[in-house]
Design a protein around this ligand. Structure first.
Ligand code: C5P
Length: 234
């Protein structure tokens, strides 16, 4: 397990209920490494909602998947850094210039605690979906291309599926944070995720953080579900 996040579970709190988010944060904060707040939460409660969850003293991954022209991304990152999230992300498909702008925003802010990572190919897409959109490469090839661009742009890591971890580690090495969604403990429902893997397999392959939502939030006993995942990782 990595030093920055000793507990690799990044809980995806996808909800538009502030009460639900607060009660899950309180219940699970000692069993997880951080909380991922995404578009549903941010569009419901904005910066003040983020500050509310930060009060539980847990690292926040602000998953807004920014994708816009470089100057807009620069200014947005500058604004979001005021919230002191542990991680912010942009879409790698926004291109190198956009990722360089994100990286410059962090540098210019003087913030030394926030990591900026790039979302590569969403784990809900498989190779058939990619062909349908117009890509001729496989997800593995595209993720590697985007990972190299993210690294060259000075970003701290990427979001990818567990299926691409080995390729990334072989080509880029270990000094690059891999944040991996699409995690399903054995026998769990895949839901809308297509490129999935178990928590243990993903960590053994070299994931740094596991984004896990529904396998915990929809479990009958959410504390037990988190504990069982951690137990599997030992
Ligand atoms: O574990 P579960 O499937 O519920 O996790 C869903 C979360 O993972 C959502 O918040 C989604 O935004 C996030 N995510 C993803 N695939 C990515 C990046 C983030 O599923 N590539």
């Amino acid at each position: 397990m990595n030093k920055v996040f000793p507990n690799p579970i990044m809980l995806a709190l996808d909800t538009s209920s502030l009460d639900e988010a607060k009660s899950l944060a309180l219940k699970l904060k000692d069993h997880i490494g951080g909380i991922k707040l995404g578009m549903e939460f941010f569009n419901s409660f904005g910066p003040s909602g983020i500050k509310t969850i930060k009060e539980f003293n847990i690292p926040i991954f602000l998953d807004l998947k920014l994708h816009d022209i470089p100057i807009t991304v620069y200014k947005t990152i500058t604004t979001l850094l005021a919230l002191e999230p542990a991680i912010i992300n942009v879409h790698a498909s926004g291109g190198k210039e956009m990722m360089l702008a994100a990286s410059k925003a962090l540098k210019d802010s003087g913030n030394k605690n926030t990591k900026i990572i790039a979302v590569t190919i969403l784990t809900s897409l498989d190779d058939n979906d990619l062909h349908e959109i117009g890509f001729s490469e496989t997800s593995n090839e595209l993720v590697l291309k985007q990972a190299i661009l993210a690294k060259e742009s000075g970003l701290d890591g990427i979001v990818c599926s567990a299926k691409e971890i080995s390729t990334i580690r072989e080509n880029i090495g270990t000094n690059f944070m891999l944040v991996v969604p699409g995690i399903r403990p054995e026998k769990d429902n895949a839901n809308d995720q297509k490129r999935i893997m178990t928590p243990k397999e993903a960590i053994l392959l070299g994931a740094d953080l596991l984004v896990i939502g529904r396998p915990i939030t929809e479990a009958r006993d959410q504390i037990l579900a988190s504990k069982e995942i951690l137990e599997q990782l030992k």
